[in-house]
Design a protein around this ligand. Structure first.
Ligand SMILES: [Zn+2]
Length: 238
């Protein structure tokens, strides 16, 4: 008898866990579609205000940017990212980056001449919002990526999010900031060991311009702040 119960528990628990995961992912996909509609129909003033409040969770000028979801899709999977001009010591501001996957299936990022003003990444539209930056007790500045910290730092942000999605401001903020596959500036997020890049002209470490998650690969574009035309692109597999 105990053997049967033990066997049921052994077989049953993973099944329950898988079912729970399936139900959860179906619910999240459904909720994400609903939130995408809400965000797509929000006014420019509302989204500007949310972006401003996110940035104001910090005390310093942002040196990196999130791609914030707009809830809008594009018919193709093109990637064109117009880099923001308000990041300090970021000489690539205003330039346009594109993602290519050549015949050898090697993904790369490069600058491209384009009249396109917005941001499209893998078939979805985004806007940029500065990653809030705060001075720590030791005097160093640190980026705030944590959703909970942003929400607890700004009741105004919670109120602005609630205006759009009263059920859960947290879920809305996760959708806005965590569903984009890209990041502009800031420290690179490595899939494998760091592959720091050095400028061939001055030998200094290059900075991250943008990184994009393309399927199972993370694609990076680095550049030298002193020699902005010296760039390097590479990718790492998950
Ligand atoms: Zn250099």
């Amino acid at each position: 008898m105990f053997d049967v119960i033990a066997a049921c528990l052994c077989v049953g628990l993973p099944v329950v866990a898988i079912l729970y995961f399936l139900v959860f992912s179906i619910q999240w996909k459904r909720e994400r579609r609903l939130i995408a509609k809400i965000v797509a129909s929000a006014t420019e003033v509302q989204m500007e205000e949310i972006a401003r409040l996110i940035e104001s969770c910090g005390t310093e000028t942002p040196t990196a940017a999130f791609l914030m979801a707009t809830g809008e899709s594009t018919p193709d999977k093109t990637t064109l990212i117009r880099l923001p001009t308000n990041i300090p010591q970021f000489p690539w501001g205003g330039r346009c980056v594109t993602l290519t996957n050549d015949e050898g299936n090697i993904p790369s990022l490069s600058f491209v001449e384009s009249d396109f003003e917005g941001i499209v990444c893998l078939g979805k539209r985004y806007r940029t919002v500065g990653v809030p930056k705060k001075k720590t007790k030791t005097g160093k500045s640190k980026n705030i990526y944590d959703i909970e910290r942003m929400l607890s730092a700004s009741p105004q942000l919670v109120a602005a999010l609630k205006e759009l999605y009263p059920k859960s401001p947290q879920t809305l903020l996760v959708y806005l900031l965590r569903t984009a596959p890209a990041q502009i500036g800031g420290p690179p997020g490595w899939y494998q060991d760091p592959e720091v890049q050095k400028c061939p002209k001055c030998g200094r470490y290059m900075s991250l311009i943008v990184q994009i998650e393309d399927g199972s690969a993370m694609v990076y574009l680095f550049g030298c702040r002193a020699h902005p035309d010296e760039t390097a692109t590479l990718y790492q597999l998950d």
